[in-house]
Design a protein around this ligand. Structure first.
Ligand SMILES: [Zn+2]
Length: 331
């Protein structure tokens, strides 16, 4: 049973927005491009992992959590947690292209690309051990000491490896069901009501990771970002307010919903809180009444009255606004 589905990553969507609004000559531009590439690769790997569980039926009671964030003696994130009567299994995905090697003297993995370039990464065993320790602490706090197993998943089935570590279980996606069924032949350490209780506790304890606002995270001043309503057709910042929505002075595109993306950008990059005045600055809009109508129509909760009114979004709001905007664009 899938207790927590894999959701689309707002972090990657936010990083894309940040790159669009950051001048290309900005000193952090390349760092953010790299962060976006890493985030997308991680996401793709996690999707492949989630797909395995979508398409495989286990003939025994189990619970699956994707993108799980818990806190015990520290905060930790698990790509996929599989819970069954034999214990808990931590699965971490490493979506790294190239030939993978494990140097003996360092706790690293290296990858060699076809052009000969070699890069080093943290060995997945480091992250797995850390997560195992923190999950042990979590179970201990909840008086549920259960066995914890762990494996690193490499989602590319034709990947080559050298010098595999004996202490690291490494799986391709299609090997996961076999691995889990083999563990299932061990003696159960939890009864079925106990298992359900743990699954419910985990569900209640999960807190979605909030990456926003990104300008803060990357030490970028809000004033360094490009303001204005963006035209999705030509990419121009500075759509003008017209009767039927927004008009692009560059390509003549008319878009009744362009303000949604601009608002989303503001929440993801700048701040969850926005006043009519700060919104007008970001939208490059002088009409206070139109701004008020936009903020009201989107339905963001507000505090205060008149000029002191502040609209306050949060991560759920950003997700809902993003989803509703996507259905509008594809319509
Ligand atoms: Zn345009």
């Amino acid at each position: 049973m899938i207790m927590k589905e894999k959701e689309i990553s707002l972090k990657a969507i936010g990083l894309e927005a940040l790159l669009r609004r950051l001048p290309e000559h900005h000193p952090r531009y390349v760092d953010i491009e790299n962060e976006l590439r890493k985030t997308r690769a991680g996401e793709n790997g996690e999707k492949i992992l989630a797909n395995v569980f979508q398409h495989y039926q286990f003939p025994f009671k189990h619970y699956i959590f994707h993108d799980l964030n818990l806190q015990s003696t520290g905060k930790f994130q698990i790509d996929t947690l599989f819970l069954f009567q034999q214990g808990a299994v931590i699965l971490e995905v490493k979506n790294i292209a190239g030939r993978i090697g494990f140097p003996e003297e360092y706790n690293q993995l290296t990858r060699t690309l076809e052009n000969g370039q070699i890069d080093a990464f943290e060995c997945p065993s480091v992250q797995l051990e850390r997560n195992k320790m923190l999950l042990e602490d979590w179970f201990h706090t909840h008086h549920m000491p259960i066995p914890i197993y762990q494996a690193a998943v490499f989602p590319r089935p034709h990947q080559q490896f050298e010098n595999l570590r004996k202490d690291l279980t490494l799986l391709f996606p299609l090997e996961i069901p076999v691995f889990l069924r083999r563990l299932n032949s061990f003696h159960p350490s939890i009864d079925l009501p106990g298992l359900e209780a743990i699954a419910n506790k985990i569900t209640d304890a999960h807190r979605e990771f909030d990456p926003f606002p990104l300008s803060d995270r990357f030490g970028i001043q809000p004033s360094e970002l490009i303001s204005g309503v963006r035209c999705v057709q030509c990419g121009w910042f500075g759509m003008e307010s017209i009767q039927s929505g927004w008009g692009c002075p560059q390509c003549r595109n008319i878009d009744p919903h362009a303000h949604i993306e601009t608002l989303l950008d503001y929440f993801m990059l700048m701040n969850y809180r926005i006043s009519n005045k700060t919104a007008r600055q970001f939208f490059r809009l002088s009409d206070e009444q139109k701004m008020k109508r936009i903020l009201r129509r989107v339905g963001i909760p507000f505090e205060g009255e008149r000029r002191g009114r502040v609209y306050a979004a949060n991560l759920d709001w950003v997700r809902n606004l993003h989803d509703s905007n996507r259905t509008k664009v594809t319509k």
